[in-house]
Design a protein around this ligand. Structure first.
Ligand code: IPM
Ligand code: MG
Length: 382
């Protein structure tokens, strides 16, 4: 069997419980493709702080970067963010771990395919009649670098003196008594071109149109974005239908999902905001899966967009399906296509048979399953 090593961040809150079942399922499913998956623990988050005094121990970080494939269970806990995090803002794990990994691994493409399950229509926030009979395909591909997320840090490296003059500050250094604080947002031509070509290529291979989201009516960087998208569309992908959508109207279209059927290209910040809305519109955040890829090196991180469910930690209650579907994305990336498909089908089958975790029930019901129960059922129907 071919062996694939993956750096495993079990994470905070309910992360370890959800990741335990997701890892067991990934290992079992990958065997269908003759692949042996080996997880190497790389602790990050508040759990790592408690053990090693750092939410991002350098040993974990270096190892994750070196391995190049990371299965990320989510970090953060509002309680600790407010206590230790208030004292040592630099330790707040969401930015410290996630953003550092994205930047150092060069993870440009963030895939967030939305899946609508008829069985879970009661969780969705769209009217059932807005879903076409043939179902809905909404593949969000968020531009995961640069923009307002990395602007300050990147510009400080380039021009520290100018930054000080115009109020550019690192988030962890903000005191709240400044006269002026600036966030820099930028797009680099070469990065946008690489990104948009990848999004077009994905749309072409999936037979879907490309919907590009921007704020070209107001912002320079989005005017630039729209011009690049239009040119690449006309010159290189004339066969892929392209539409442009302003971000505010795209937000309104989340409630008529058929109008966003396709591959959706959007900036880092817009994508962060809209993808949560899309997940909640079509189902729930607990079901969202997500992968982040460097298209040049193949380095990748698989992090369910869902949170760490800190209030459920240790109680075997959190819904593991977002993590499990994210494991399917990871398997597909590693070439375990049969395993990936088997996981997706097992999830569908398990939901189809009526099994639910507590967050999926519209009312309290004593047949509800815990994290482990749901995980084991999916595992056994692989
Ligand atoms: C996401 C998250 C992250 C982001 C946070 C945790 C830094 O919200 O992956 O969508 O803003 O990108
Ligand atoms: Mg988000």
């Amino acid at each position: 069997m071919e062996r694939k090593t993956i750096a495993l961040v079990t994470g905070d809150g309910s992360g370890p419980e959800m990741m335990a079942v997701a890892c067991a399922i990934a290992i079992e499913a990958a065997k269908k493709d003759g692949i042996e998956i080996v997880f190497e623990k790389t602790p990050m988050g508040w759990n790592a702080y408690e053990k090693y005094g750092d939410t991002l121990p350098s040993e974990s970080f270096d190892k994750a970067i070196k391995i190049g494939t990371v299965f990320f269970g989510g970090v953060g806990d509002p309680k600790l963010d407010g206590t230790i995090g208030a004292k040592y803002p630099v330790m707040k794990p969401e930015a410290r771990c996630l953003l550092a990994l994205r930047k150092h691994m060069g993870l440009l493409l963030n895939f967030r395919p939305m899946i609508y399950y008829k069985e879970l229509a009661h969780l969705a926030n769209v009217k059932p009649e807005t879903i076409p009979d043939g179902g809905i395909q909404q593949v969000w591909i968020r531009f995961l670098l640069e923009d307002s997320y990395f602007g300050n840090e990147d510009l400080m490296d380039l021009r520290p003196d100018e930054c000080a003059k115009i109020g550019v500050k690192l988030k962890k250094k903000v005191m709240g008594d400044e006269e002026l604080v600036t966030d820099i947002a930028y797009f680099r031509q070469s990065t946008v071109k690489k990104y948009i070509r990848a999004a077009f290529a994905y749309a072409r291979s999936a037979g879907l149109p490309l919907i590009s989201i921007d704020k070209a009516n107001v912002m320079a960087r989005y005017d630039f974005w729209r011009k690049i998208v239009t040119r690449i569309g006309e010159e290189e992908f004339p066969d892929v239908p392209l539409t442009h959508q302003l971000v505010d109207s795209a937000n309104a279209l989340l409630f008529t999902p058929a109008k966003l059927h396709g591959v959706i290209a959007c900036g880092n910040e817009h994508g962060d905001i809209l993808s949560d809305g899309a997940a909640a519109a079509l189902g729930s955040m607990g079901m969202m899966c997500s992968s982040a890829i460097n298209p040049d090196t193949g380095k990748a991180m698989f992090e369910s967009g869902a949170g760490t469910a800190p209030t459920l930690a240790g109680q075997d209650k959190a819904n593991p399906i977002g993590r499990i579907l994210t494991a399917a994305m990871m398997l597909r990336h590693l070439g375990a296509v049969n395993g990936a498909r088997a996981i997706e089908e097992a999830v569908k089958k398990t939901l189809g048979m009526g099994y639910r975790t507590a967050d999926m029930c519209a009312y309290s019901w004593n047949g509800v399953l815990g994290t482990l129960g749901m995980g084991n059922l999916i595992l056994s129907s692989l």
